[in-house]
Design a protein. Sequence first.
Length: 168
Amino acid sequence: MVRAVKKIETKASAIAQAKSVLSDIRCVIRASDIQSKRLQREIGLTTAQALIIRSIGELGEVTTRVLSDAVALSQATVTTVLDRLESNEFIERYRSDKDRRVVHSRLTAKGQMTFRDLPDLLDEKFSSRFSALPAARRTEISSVLSEIAQMMNADATDAAPAVNGRNA
């Protein structure tokens, strides 16, 4: 009987904690949405577009596959974002000389200027608060968030809704 009561209490406690975690996740998503809208207002780019410009600027000429891995978005989402960036002349794409099936992306002059002027994609308050934490605590937070993402099966989910807003 005592074991059954403890099991019920443990399950109830786990459910209450899970609800609290879900509430905290919703707060993080809301803050991310606000930051994304600020970015869109300030520089006219979605978070996904800014991430991709930043990644191309850092990595150099890249394939969609490499870019997809770098920004944790599906290749289909990256292709859609690249289409928009190409139509707005931030990037250009070209086929590989060695394998015509392989398409590379690189920044145009406009894309390079945008890359140089990109603001921090994280909220300044968050960045300064996170940076002020001891390295061990930052590592712990990162590990816990990764574990939560795995529990939520985020590996099988495209991150685009979280970083992309409504449009590519």
